[in-house]
Design a protein around this ligand. Structure first.
Ligand SMILES: [Fe+2]
Length: 382
């Protein structure tokens, strides 16, 4: 985005439209003669007509008489300020009443200036030019601020993309030696995103869930098995059944992963993303009934993010082919998740899963490629 190009776009040198509102045709005539041909002057001899013109046509400034039959200038001013479409039009009051109270009331109602009749053309023109220039500067400033806000949003999105890419790279490195693929990371990330949003929609665990929490979960889920980096190939890649001792070593991936995240957390103690990531890494194999690992936590003592990750991880494993099993069908996978409601999984999360069954099945059947892999990073991490 080029700021200078945008500023040129904001610049307007087109002829300005002035609306003169006065019940006296003589005054209207004086205003017209004073301002044309430099300005386009529209005229209204009644307040109601002035409102109609201001709402329907482009008006850059209003010269408004106070004393008029019917709707007076104060009421016209009030109505213009109440309407978002006309509230920003500068209003200069024209009046024969040179009392301080009139002036104070007019300015209080939002007028930018006051001109006392009889109208003096050079003074009228000078005041008008000043207020048109001020209004134009105000508009440019507003557009400039909008531009800066867009720029900040762009940069924030760029940083979020980079962060997401790094997390994926790190997680892929840890997963690269076993049967899991980048597709597993994307699918589990999508399942978690669906679950946490369904939970939010149903109002479950509302004290824990907000937009930032949902976002943190979706960003941190790919890290769940980062600790596999510390498991020897002889165990991680073993085609046959693991011995009890080997399985204990595999269980250590939760602790190894947590140690990695915890070390980073010491540098960024208040980072909520790292806190969510650490809980996912350490507790995603805990079970609702307390029979999981590494700490045997149960129920809501297991952090919510880890309970969400548990369903996503198990569902994806059920739907995937392994050396020791075929991929289970969506129906069979769903049945297993349901059977483990309240034993392995948080019952409320299983209820959410059941409402999302068809979406889970669709995601699990998608064929991802490394091309849309990177697109997904942007989609979910932004
Ligand atoms: Fe794991």
């Amino acid at each position: 985005m080029n700021f200078f190009k945008n500023v040129r776009e904001f610049a307007d040198d087109e002829q300005k439209n002035i609306l003169a509102v006065d019940d006296s045709p003589e005054n209207i005539e004086i205003i017209k003669q004073s301002l044309t041909p430099e300005y386009q002057v529209k005229a209204a001899v009644r307040g109601e007509l002035a409102l109609e013109i201001a709402r329907q046509q482009r008006v850059d400034l209003i010269l408004l008489d106070i004393r008029m039959p019917g709707m007076d200038g104060y009421e016209v001013c009030q109505r213009l300020k109440e309407d978002p479409d006309t509230a920003q039009i500068p209003i200069i009051f024209l009046t024969g009443q040179d009392t301080m109270s009139d002036e104070a009331l007019g300015l209080q109602m939002g007028a930018v200036d006051f001109i006392i009749k009889p109208i003096n053309p050079p003074i009228l023109k000078a005041r008008l030019q000043t207020h048109l220039a001020l209004n134009s500067a105000r508009k440019k400033l507003k557009k400039h601020n909008n531009y800066l806000e867009e720029l900040v949003e762009e940069k924030v999105a760029e940083i979020a993309d980079s962060r997401m890419a790094l997390i994926y790279a790190l997680a892929r490195l840890a997963e690269s030696r076993d049967e899991e693929t980048g597709e597993h990371l994307i699918r589990t990330q999508k399942y978690c995103w669906l679950l946490v949003n369904k939970l939010k929609e149903k109002g479950g665990y509302c004290q824990e869930i907000n937009d930032s929490y949902c976002k943190n979960i979706s960003i941190a889920t790919p890290l769940h098995d980062i600790g596999k980096v510390g498991i020897p190939d002889s165990i991680l890649l073993k085609p046959g059944k693991l011995s009890a001792e080997e399985f204990e070593r595999v269980k250590n991936h939760t602790l190894i992963g947590y140690d990695i995240i915890e070390e980073i957390q010491q540098m960024y103690a208040d980072n909520t993303l790292l806190q969510v990531g650490a809980n996912i890494v350490l507790y995603h194999h805990e079970k609702w009934n307390g029979s999981g690992y590494p700490e045997g936590l149960s129920g809501q003592d297991i952090p919510l993010e880890a309970r969400i990750m548990a369903i996503a991880d198990v569902y994806d494993a059920l739907r995937s082919e392994r050396p020791y099993k075929d991929a289970f069908s969506p129906a069979k996978s769903s049945k297993i998740i349901q059977e483990d409601r309240g034993s392995h999984f948080d019952p409320l999360l299983v209820d959410c899963f059941l409402e999302l069954e068809s979406e889970f099945a669709k995601i699990s059947s998608e064929k991802e490629t490394m091309v849309n892999f990177s697109q997904e990073i942007t989609l979910i991490g932004s």
